[in-house]
Design a protein around this ligand. Sequence first.
Ligand code: PLP
Length: 424
Amino acid sequence: MKRDNEIFDLIGLEKERQVNGIELIASENFVSESVMEAMGSVLTNKYAEGLPGKRYYGGCEIVDQVEQLAIDRVCKLFGAEWANVQPHSGSQANAAVMLACLKPGDAILGFDLSHGGHLTHGSPVNFSGKLYNPHFYGVDKETGLIDYDDLAQKAEEVKPKMIIVGASAYSRDWDYAKIRKIADQIGALILADISHPAGLIATKQLANPMEHCHIITSTTHKTLRGPRGGVIMMGKNFDNPFGIKWKNGNLRSMASLLDAAVFPGTQGGPLEHVIAAKAVAFGEALDPKFVEYQKQVMANAKVMADEFVKRGYKIISKGTDNHSMLIDLRSKGITGKDAENALNDAHITVNKNMVPFDTESPFVTSGIRIGTPAITTRGLKDADIPKIVELMDKVMSNMNDEEITQSVISEVKALMSNYPLFKY
Ligand code: PLP
């Protein structure tokens, strides 16, 4: 068959962009050759509706083994007792959990999107805010830290069926034991969405919610460094603590309710090529080298936050304990949108992001979110970070200066050429 140059030329250009630039989007990473190989494998040809050993299609004996390996490895990685590795994305994982545990109109309590939460935690433009009755907790205006008193008060007022913890832009750890106490007082389930810090949790650099939260969801492509996808896990809360009923009124285990909510509830055939790539990534994450990687991700983020503070930037919560940080640019007199565009022109990729109590719209925003997983995969260490911050500051302090943009592009290319990216 003739090669589709129209598409493969574009893939080549994207590859070049990734190789020559500095990737600081907190939710992105670069997968290994093996993960890429599994994703591009013949497993994409296979239909396998159902679960290992219980399929609706013939010829599944090999993909059964692939999927079981992915399940076993992710359980070992996070100390889970049960997992479903089929969700096509983090959003699909959250949709399945809500479908299993809630009825339309039930109250849910999530972390405010404009304070760092995710769309699927109750935003009115998302299924979670349209199908359910969303309420939100946020961060303290002064400290930028989760306001647990606010969370407890809202929980008491609203009596949500589900409390959702986890964030897309929050640079500190969570107190899962405290949240469990709040939830227990009102009989609410806790969904912990660890999409962002999953790699740091798997390597014990941050607290693991498995012990305290009923259900855990995650993406597999952020700090975890796997293919794009989602996963649902549970620890010991296997037994449907609130007696959620199946459609015929029978009580079922939470595991079977969640399995059914993934397929046939929200998805059809699982992506077995992606599940194979997930299994490879989970295997890589079980290797001791992954602990070193995550430690370096955190060390790089700390140095970066310090460097920004030295240059007069305001970091929400004044620093970071994980892989990311949120910078409030209002003191610099520029918007998140302008900063994202100017940095992008200079081949440094970040995303604009609302800051807590933002006065700008989500299309403009007052902040940028930055993360270190991708540059750390490339091999950058503490000593490289001040240069990156210097270059970013140069761009953000000289908006629309073409000469400076061109000089930064050259410096970015020179720096990143020390860290070759792809063998594939
Ligand atoms: N949950 C959180 C906390 C996220 O940050 C994200 C993605 O950024 C998601 C869920 C959704 O993941 P996906 O983009 O795979 O649907």
